[in-house]
Write a protein that binds this ligand. Structure first.
Ligand SMILES: [Ca+2]
Ligand SMILES: [Ca+2]
Length: 476
């Protein structure tokens, strides 16, 4: 009887624990599937350590988007680098190694948020691209090769008998019955995308090609072989960003030093962080700009590359409605990437917290706050129309933090994202609720106001909300 009682007690305690764990789980933050961005990544990982640094960060946000393809593309041939293969062969085993390390920390990540994919699901979408012979000086901004070929001639890479497992995956994923577009961050060359587009244009009607293209959103770090320019010339209606910034370009060097990387990523943060290499003595991560904007944070709206956010701020290529380039590229070529690195204190803290999630319990780590804008709890931008002279109310009541941290509010006019050239004075910009009056001379312009919500956890974490105000012209 005593044994039975003990057993009953054990069952009761176990059930209580189970219920407690489940209710704690139910509160964990999760991005609804319909709001996640779909991604096929093209990376020349194995050729440049930047891709390994960026892939570490990419996996640390695997709960924030749907990864539907991971394509290892041709590495660049560096004749002087004795540590790397020299023939340009793609290196998919790097992807495997990083995903296996991710698999070892996934159980702990699941204590902090929901939606982390099984490592097997990621391994299943790895594909190998084609060797392109990238070896010569190449103008990453214009896509025009310098001396030498820069790659094998394009007709040796694109055409009727050039399909690969990688190009077939791209087509299959785009054809999938899912209304969401597919984002394609490109960290090296783009031949696999070019061949997929060639195949669809060759085999399908003009209407079906249009439909296919309308689902794609490309964000390339530079033109790293001749196929990028070929794609832009042959498919001018394709949404295509080319940027050559760096995410930490103008950031405080302390945020990307070897010491930062060693302290917050490489040591004592589990096997995935331990795989992240040092590059040129620090954390680079230029390729990371191609996906930072896809992390839902209330600021970035990558369907509007000119709005600015963690993915940078871009402008339309002159003469194009669909192709985007860096804002500063013609004005100040030395300051590329500032539109991203202005947010570096926020996204570096965010990355640091996620590395903590690999090894710490929920109560020992920080988690981002959840902002509310004028009663709206989503992370979407709110767009309204208002008249000059009208008062706009700004209210972050209901904003919360899953760790019960104290919250700090900053309301900021974001002039670069709109087209009003005056200034907006927001009253008491650090109050939870405030407002401002639309100036008379803002008639016909668009204003962007951003709520920056930061908690007092360690490290402090930030989320945002954006209010876009279309000011009516005075005649209306
Ligand atoms: Ca790369
Ligand atoms: Ca928090």
């Amino acid at each position: 009887m005593k044994q039975l009682k003990t057993f009953a007690f054990f069952i009761a305690v176990s059930l209580t624990n189970l219920i407690f764990v489940q209710s704690a789980r139910a509160q964990l933050q999760a991005i609804p599937k319909a709001e996640k961005h779909r991604i096929i990544l093209l990376t020349d990982i194995g050729g440049d350590r930047d891709d390994e640094q960026s892939f570490t960060r990419f996996l640390m946000y695997a709960d924030q988007y749907d990864i539907e393809g991971l394509i290892a593309t041709s590495i660049r041939i560096f004749p002087k680098d004795k540590h790397r293969p020299l023939d340009g062969e793609p290196q998919p085993h790097y992807l495997v190694n990083f995903i296996n390390a991710y698999g070892k920390v996934r159980d702990n990540l699941l204590k902090h948020s929901e939606g982390w994919p099984e490592p097997e699901a990621l391994l299943a979408v790895i594909r190998k691209g084609v060797k392109t012979g990238r070896d010569a000086p190449f103008n990453i901004r214009t896509g025009i090769s310098g001396e030498g070929s820069g790659h094998y001639p394009l007709d040796q890479l694109i055409g009727d008998d050039k399909d690969t497992e990688a190009t077939e995956l791209i087509i299959k994923v785009v054809d999938r019955d899912d209304p969401r577009p597919i984002w394609i961050p490109i960290w090296g060359g783009s031949v696999e995308l070019a061949q997929a587009l060639w195949r669809v244009r060759n085999d399908r009607s003009e209407e079906d090609l249009k439909k296919f293209i309308s689902k794609l959103r490309v964000y390339a770090w530079g033109h790293q072989d001749a196929s990028g320019l070929w794609i832009q010339e042959n498919f001018p209606d394709l949404f295509y960003i080319v940027s050559t910034g760096g995410i930490l370009y103008s950031a405080d060097p302390k945020l990307h030093s070897k010491e930062w990387l060693d302290t917050h990523v490489r040591f004592d943060h589990g096997p995935l962080g331990a795989l992240c290499p040092i590059r040129h003595g620090e954390l680079g991560g230029a390729d990371s700009e191609t996906f930072l904007g896809l992390i839902p944070n209330g600021l970035s709206e990558m369907e509007h590359p000119d709005w600015g956010g963690w993915g940078g701020r871009l402008k339309k290529q002159p003469g194009s409605e669909k192709q985007w380039i860096d804002v500063e590229s013609n004005l100040d070529p030395d300051n590329l990437g500032h539109t991203i690195s202005r947010w570096a204190p926020h996204f570096q803290n965010d990355y640091q917290a996620r590395l903590d999630w690999c090894v710490k319990e929920f109560a020992e780590a920080n988690h981002p706050p959840q902002p509310v804008l004028n009663g709206d709890t989503s992370l979407d931008a709110i767009e309204i129309t208002a008249k000059p002279g009208e008062r706009i109310e700004l209210d972050a009541s209901g904003s919360s933090d899953i760790d019960q941290d104290e919250l700090f509010y900053t309301w900021r006019f974001y002039p670069e994202a709109g087209n009003y050239f005056g200034w907006i004075d927001i009253e008491n910009e650090n109050n939870k609720s405030t407002g401002f009056v639309i100036p008379k001379d803002a008639a016909g312009t668009t204003l962007h106001i951003v709520l920056i919500l930061t908690d007092d956890g360690s490290p402090p974490l930030t989320r945002y909300r954006r209010l876009v105000i279309h000011c009516a012209s005075l005649k209306e």
